[in-house]
Design a protein around this ligand. Structure first.
Ligand code: 0X9
Ligand code: ZN
Length: 316
């Protein structure tokens, strides 16, 4: 299948996902994990080794009764960052092809490629630079939308978020007040608590800035496993750089600016060992030309593969 070189509407994404599942029924399971505020589906895509090839390779991980490694990846938390869902959808397709060919399929892969369908739709119809979801304001004459990357625990309501509904960083009324963050939280918690799985990696795709950010994001205090986080970030970045030689910077999220209530700090607290918010191309604008969609995907797929291998290697 050719990679998607164009930005898709939400409806096109839905067709793309249904099509992928029907083409690869042994490797892809599409589910709806909730509905957005305006009633759009929040999709989860599970990609996995087919049971036939798992049986053939018995003697490996699963049959020894050890948990299988798992990874959770999201895109589209922020509506205007179009390259994020575009990249995640291409990653999802490439991972599916790998699993169907029975190569590089050692994990259970969970993708939530479009976390904010209402906001995304709004960027196509009304305002290209909309960031938040489209939650109606608590008070009339107030402003719409909650920042889905300020609505999580721990540290909800702390620095770098706002209680003013009109702000881009409005945090919502309570932690997980939004159906979109609740859906993602529930899925991540379920995977983390599944004794058959070992949730090792979390990747959240955003733009722009060319950054690989690791926790904490709410404080410049060092995370307890900062050395591991930095190492994994460098593994991702070195592999990425090898593809198109584009510079990304690995740093602690709070060094960009402290922001509390983001998904990465939640993921790190679950706990997940390797947690990154990746700010994709470029360094100037949310308007990334279409001809950079494939390039962005290619370099980040290399980073992702290298990180996943690192996370399961003996020498990590
Ligand atoms: O501010 C954000 O939510 C992210 N940047 S963006 O330009 N895509 O909006 C960065 C979040 C980094 N993580 C934390 N600060 N926890
Ligand atoms: Zn963002």
């Amino acid at each position: 299948r050719p990679y998607k070189q164009d930005y898709m509407t939400f409806e096109q994404m839905e067709w793309f996902l249904r099509d992928l599942e029907s083409q690869y029924p042994d490797n892809v399971k599409l589910s709806t994990e909730g509905k957005s505020r305006e009633g759009r589906n929040i999709y989860l895509v599970r990609v996995f080794q087919s049971s036939a090839s798992a049986a053939r390779s018995s003697g490996s991980v699963s049959s020894r009764g050890q948990p299988r490694p798992a990874v959770f990846i999201d895109g589209g938390i922020h509506a205007r960052e179009w390259i994020a869902p575009a990249t995640v959808l291409n990653m999802l397709m490439k991972q599916t092809e790998n699993c169907a060919a029975n190569t590089d399929c050692d994990y259970e892969y969970y993708f939530m490629p479009m976390m904010n369908p209402d906001g995304y739709e709004y960027t196509w119809t009304n305002d290209r630079f909309w960031r938040k979801n489209r939650s109606p304001p608590p008070l009339k004459n107030d402003c719409f939308g909650t920042d889905l990357n300020r609505n999580w625990n721990p540290q909800w309501g702390n620095i770098g978020s706002s209680s003013n509904t009109c702000k881009e960083i409005y945090r919502g009324t309570t932690p997980f007040s939004e159906p979109e963050t609740t859906s993602a939280k529930n899925v991540m918690t379920r995977i983390a608590n599944n004794p058959e799985l070992d949730l090792l990696v979390y990747l959240s795709y955003h733009s722009f800035g060319q950054l690989v950010l690791y926790p904490w994001g709410y404080t410049s205090d060092l995370a307890p496993t900062k050395a591991d986080l930095e190492k994994g970030g460098n593994v991702y970045n070195n592999a990425l750089k090898g593809v198109h030689n584009v510079p990304y910077v690995v740093q602690q999220a709070a060094e960009l600016y402290p922001a509390s209530g983001a998904s990465d700090d939640f993921a790190y607290s679950l706990p997940i060992k390797y947690v990154y918010t990746v700010e994709l191309r470029n360094t100037r604008s949310f308007l990334l030309p279409r001809n950079e969609i494939a390039l962005t995907f290619e370099e980040n797929y290399a980073g992702y593969m290298a990180l996943l291998k690192h996370a399961t290697s003996q020498s990590n």
